[in-house]
Design a protein. Structure first.
Length: 227
């Protein structure tokens, strides 16, 4: 890809990130929702008296998924609400520029939310970390977030101009994410329990899934935006 492509990507990404930091309302709302899920899960699992190391990853990814469902719907919302989406498409020239910029913006939001949610859930659930493989846990979080952001950006582009997009988005997203969520949960669980070799196949699945759902929408984003 030409340097001009990445210059345009960076400009749109920087604009979106500046807008988010300037208002903070959407990010704070997502964080509050994520924290509510953390406290709910940690309290419920303590009452159930389960081995927290074995249920931590499932509870974590349920929290991340629902937080992502809220966070990712806003990727194109500002342009649609202000009527500037067509102008942005014309200014970017290549619609792939818009996909990459919105993908990076969505991925950044997810990673910011996870920086708060993951440590708090770890502490409140009282997980023991003596077998933890930190590198694998970080990899599972990054690969899972990458897939969430890629699919979220693709579906956002498809539904954002349609009536009832807020309802359509989560309904379309969940079936596509089943393989990703399975891989992310099992990889994170392997990292927490120190069972790294048994989950390496899932790591490769996550990577393949992410590449497919990044490259294909990038190439077809002209059609994606048509819904």
């Amino acid at each position: 890809m030409a340097p001009n492509f990445w210059n345009k990507v960076f400009l749109i990404f920087k604009k979106d990130l500046k807008d988010e930091i300037r208002t903070l309302s959407h990010l704070l709302g997502t964080l509050v929702f994520g924290l509510m899920l953390v406290f709910t899960f940690s309290y419920a699992l303590q009452l159930a008296d389960l081995e927290t190391s074995r249920v931590f990853s499932a509870a974590l990814w349920v929290s991340i998924y629902f937080s992502a469902s809220l966070a990712l719907q806003r990727a194109f919302a500002k342009e649609v609400e202000s009527g500037t989406l067509e102008a942005l498409l014309m200014g970017s020239g290549d619609r792939g520029v818009l996909f990459v910029a919105k993908f990076l913006y969505s991925l950044s939001l997810l990673l910011i939310v996870e920086l708060v949610v993951v440590p708090l859930m770890w502490v409140f659930m009282g997980v023991t970390g003596h077998k933890l493989h930190l590198g694998l846990l970080v990899a599972s979080l990054f690969l899972g977030s990458w897939g969430l952001a890629a699919i979220g950006t693709m579906l956002n582009g498809m539904t954002t101009q349609l009536p009832g997009s807020r309802l359509l988005f989560p309904l379309l997203m969940f079936p596509l994410l089943i393989p990703l969520l399975m891989g992310a949960v099992l990889t994170s669980q392997g990292a927490v329990l120190g069972e790294t070799q048994s989950v390496m196949g899932w790591v490769y699945l996550l990577l393949a899934f992410d590449l497919i759902f990044t490259v294909v929408p990038l190439l077809l984003f002209d059609y994606v935006l048509e819904g």
